[in-house]
Design a protein around this ligand. Structure first.
Ligand SMILES: Cc1ncc(COP(=O)(O)O)c(C=O)c1O
Length: 377
């Protein structure tokens, strides 16, 4: 490993196949919402064994449309995990609902049914609105405990939506994600294992929901007896043919990407196990390892490890954010920081380590030994 080599936190794996696919689309002249998008939707649906897949411009756009298509709006409360990317909370607020943050488990980083039940009690006590939906984020590619979440949701009359932005290819107890909620969204942002630049796909088992999302993503247009009608105030959340063509090639690479990330994650477990002051994440064979985040004993220790990595050409970063404690939502909806202590801790002490398919075992050894040394100081 050379001194100048940078070990990137994440990096999409594009090659000649993606470049050739883009050239074919450009030569065809059909660059928006056409056969490539249809084929990409088909491929993502098939991967998760879901009958309906709708491509959109991002996972955030997908969540926005899912909420609208499910009729979530003013007066509703949407429960979301506090430790996550804030799209699920932001889009809930955008449709006029109240996002309520739920604490997560310190090792899986996911919602638990106990935390969900606790939050439901708080929402009712405080009269924040009608608890309407819970978003199960499958954080960093690890499936959330869906049995308990579904049981609690059913008892409380909540709709379940899956935010699988980080979890393409993941399954829970043998069933692919998407089969648990009313709909699931995937992201194809460059930090994800499979990327189209920007992009998202919504999958659902419900034909009516899929159709409503298709209409909303495309300016609210529908074909009626061969005539175009604008039936709702829609958006332009379409994916381009160029992005979809890249996505089709990326999905062919995906088995290799997944296999490489699983191997590298196993190497981290071997090399970082047993270091005092450092906690490793939960492990599961169903985890797809979007991100590998460790938790340090304190914020100061995290800074020290981060600095040591930076000085050795290694990129690290915070894994996600604690929505309830941030500048946007902090203190709102009567949710002081101490309501989600685990999320607060993960946001201040969590450190995401480099993990992408083009890293070598030597790169990882360099990361692990840098962490080891920085912890001994
Ligand atoms: C859990 C989660 N949801 C949503 C998103 C947003 O995805 P996109 O950038 O495609 O909108 C992300 C992105 O990191 C995410 O991690």
């Amino acid at each position: 490993m050379s001194e100048t080599h940078t070990v990137a936190l994440a990096r999409p794996w594009f090659g000649e196949e993606e470049a050739a696919a883009v050239r074919r689309v450009l030569a065809s002249g059909w660059v928006v919402q056409g056969p490539q998008v249809a084929a990409f939707e088909q491929a993502v649906g098939a991967l998760h064994q879901m009958p309906h897949a709708v491509a959109v411009s991002s996972a955030t756009a997908g969540l926005h449309l899912v909420y609208l298509a499910l009729g979530i709006g003013p007066g509703d409360v949407v429960l979301v995990p506090s430790f996550a990317w804030p799209s699920a909370a932001n889009m809930a607020a955008r449709v006029g609902a109240v996002p309520f943050f739920v604490d997560v488990d310190p090792r899986t980083y996911n919602l638990t049914s106990a935390a969900l039940q606790h939050s439901l009690r708080l929402v009712r006590e405080r009269g924040l609105g009608r608890p309407r939906a819970v978003v199960a984020v499958h954080e960093f590619g690890l499936p959330a405990p869906m049995d308990g979440i579904l049981e609690t949701a059913n008892e409380a009359g909540l709709m379940v939506i899956e935010d699988a932005a980080c979890a393409l290819g993941a399954s829970h107890q043998g069933k692919f994600l998407g089969h648990f909620g009313r709909a699931a969204v995937f992201s194809f942002h460059p930090r994800k294992s499979v990327s189209t630049g920007e992009g998202g796909v919504v999958v659902t088992r419900e034909p009516g929901l899929a159709e409503a999302i298709r209409t909303l993503r495309n300016h609210g247009q529908e074909m009626h007896n061969g005539r175009r009608e604008f039936t709702t105030t829609g958006f332009n959340y379409r994916l381009t043919e160029i992005q979809a063509a890249i996505g089709i090639e990326q999905l062919k690479r995906f088995p290799y990407i997944l296999e490489a990330k699983r191997r590298l994650a196993a190497q981290y477990f071997n090399e970082l196990d047993g270091i005092g002051g450092l906690a490793l994440p939960a492990q599961s064979p169903e985890q797809t390892w979007q991100t590998f985040m460790i938790t340090l004993e304190s914020e100061a220790l995290r800074s020290r490890v981060h600095e040591a990595c930076r000085a050795s050409g290694i990129e690290t970063g915070p894994g996600a954010v604690a929505g309830h404690a941030g500048a946007l939502w902090g203190g709102q909806f009567l949710q002081p920081q101490d309501l989600c202590p685990v999320s607060t801790r993960l946001a201040t002490c969590g450190l995401a380590l480099p993990l992408h398919a083009q890293l070598t075992p030597d790169d990882l050894r360099h990361v692990s030994s840098t962490i080891h040394k920085s912890m001994q100081k």
